[in-house]
Design a protein around this ligand. Structure first.
Ligand code: PEP
Ligand code: MG
Length: 534
């Protein structure tokens, strides 16, 4: 596997590969400026605001960018904002502090309004940065002359508007959402973009990055195998969506998509996904001091399930793989599985209960979609049983005739070797409705590696390592047990998109394969070519 695989919200289109350029923004840290902070007269302040407004309007490289820039320029010319800055200046604040204070107050007002307005509040911060840079005479960052993947903490719409396709191959941000202004501009520029990528702080300028905007994944220093899969499988940019139903009907198994946000549902449908085999819900929880509310979760889940009427969506409850746990989560476990998976949620029951209730509510609201729910990194049958009981208590996996959520099922992911023992599987499969094999984690744990340590032989496992005999034997035991018990079994790790592995999994008796939307068209064609013998 790549040095690290990061997950965020994919926007824009397609896949790209190139060296990282990590952007440090001007004006970001006023407190770090060594020169005395400038003091300005009201007239000079007005001139600075107007100068930035004009630059914004002239910098935009596309018509969408121009619209956004005009909206931001209007804010800079807003008399209410100027009054606020004036008030700060009259209290004796240096110009930069007055700007920061006034913008913060404005942003707070927007945040209080919630939803769309709250997301615009982030844009205001970036706008204040830009004005402060102008006041303090901080030079704008120089972009490299060779093509690069831009990595930024938060990409302001101001930066985004300047991104031109000839040099910027793609964009990754640590903060930001799929609906922010920056995302709108990146999408209009057709740039593969992943916003809010978990752990992107580890990326350094020059690191090789493979960006998959269809599944929200970023491979840092990808292996040759990973690059090769993507090179062969990338969706051509001109694909506008085709009717895949006829071809899908010929497939030996269902092909599902792995998604990191509801927004990526469009890419999944375009790639002909027959449903969602893995909806990673981590993004909803990141960068927060408190867990997302029940209502905000219901909203996000409905947005996704509503895109797949008559199809299946398998949502996975929270599985964070962070060096530091989130502030609202108690730590759990020790050793190589510490702070991963279901054990963390069982130690933070209120978080799990809210997520399951929100999923159940989405399933009850939008009944045309089959909503299945699963737990990640389950370590033993006792944990699985607790998860199933909790899910049942909110109606998931309970028939509609008994007051449950129609067409819902409850299952677990198989991602650790301990769960691939025959006796364990037999007991587990009496408890759950289905299992899904996570080959990303399973491969590394079978080979004695973890996401932060190399394998026993010193190498970092790659997608192709799922084909290694030890790993395949574990996968085979899981599929055989599920088939014996008559329970659905799918594979949702990236190896599912490796045609050699996929064919073998089908022979073994898997019911569905789930992979990044970018990889589905190629996988479909390989499987069909085999089915028709050409
Ligand atoms: C896996 O481990 O194979 C998997 C699909 O989960 P994630 O990559 O999100 O850990
Ligand atoms: Mg996993």
């Amino acid at each position: 596997m790549a040095k690290r695989v990061l997950v965020g919200a994919g926007v824009g289109t397609g896949v790209t590969y190139g060296p990282a350029f990590v952007l440090t923004k001007p004006g970001q840290s006023v407190s770090e400026l060594t020169t005395p902070l400038a003091r300005l007269t009201l007239g000079a302040m007005r001139e600075k605001l107007d100068a930035v407004a004009e630059k914004l309007e002239s910098d935009a490289v596309s018509s969408t960018a121009a619209e956004v820039m005009q909206a931001l320029a209007m804010i800079l010319r807003d008399p209410m904002l100027f009054d606020e800055i004036k008030a700060h200046l009259s209290e004796g604040s240096p110009a930069a502090r007055a700007v920061r204070g006034a913008f913060k107050k404005f942003a707070r007002k927007l945040t209080e309004l919630g939803g769309y307005f709250a997301e615009r509040a982030g844009d205001l911060d970036a706008l204040a940065d830009r004005v402060i840079a102008e006041i303090e005479g901080v030079a704008e960052p120089e972009f490299p002359t060779e093509p690069f993947v831009l990595v930024a903490e938060a990409l302001s719409p101001v930066d985004a508007a300047k991104l031109s396709r000839d040099r910027v191959l793609g964009v990754i941000t640590i903060e930001g959402t799929a609906t922010s202004h920056s995302a709108i501009i990146a999408r209009a520029a057709n740039l593969p973009t992943v916003m809010g990528a978990i752990g992107a702080g580890i990326i350094r300028t020059g690191d090789a990055l493979l960006v998959d905007a269809t599944s929200g994944q970023v491979f840092v220093e990808p292996t040759a195998d990973e690059l090769e899969y993507y090179r062969r499988a990338s969706i051509p940019r001109h694909t506008t969506g085709e009717d895949w139903n006829e071809l899908n009907a010929e497939l030996p198994v269902k092909l599902y998509a792995n998604l990191g946000s509801s927004f990526e549902g469009a890419a999944a449908l375009k790639a002909g996904a027959q449903g969602v085999g893995l909806f990673r819900t981590e993004l909803l929880y990141l960068g927060r001091l408190k867990p997302p509310t029940f209502d905000s979760q219901v909203f996000e889940y409905i947005k996704l399930v509503a895109r797949f009427p008559g199809k299946r969506v398998i949502a996975r409850v929270l599985d964070l793989d962070l060096d530091k746990p989130l502030p609202f989560l108690r730590e759990a476990g020790t050793g190589r599985y510490a702070n991963r998976g279901l054990q963390v949620l069982l130690a933070n029951r209120e978080v799990l209960e809210t997520q399951l209730s929100a999923l159940a509510q989405a399933g009850r609201t939008y009944t045309q979609t089959e909503l299945w729910v699963m737990a990640p990194m389950v370590l033993n049958v006792t944990e699985a049983r607790e998860f199933v009981e909790l899910a049942h208590s909110v109606g998931l996996g309970v028939p509609a005739s008994q007051g449950g959520v129609a067409n819902s099922r409850v299952g677990v992911m198989i991602e650790v070797p301990e769960m691939t023992e025959v006796a364990v599987l037999d007991e587990l499969l009496d408890v759950v409705d289905f299992v899904s094999i996570g080959t990303n984690d399973l491969t590394q744990y079978v080979l004695g590696a973890s996401r932060h340590e190399p394998a026993r032989d010193g190498r970092t496992p790659s997608i192709a390592d799922a084909r290694q005999p030890e790993v395949m034997a574990a996968i085979e035991r899981v599929i055989a047990a599920a088939n014996r018990k008559g329970k659905p079994v799918s594979v949702c790790g990236e190896a599912a998109a490796d045609p050699t592995t996929a064919k073998h999994l089908i022979e073994l008796g898997v019911d569905s394969l789930s992979a990044s939307p970018a990889l589905l068209p190629q996988l479909r064609m390989t499987l069909l070519a085999d089915a028709f013998g050409f």
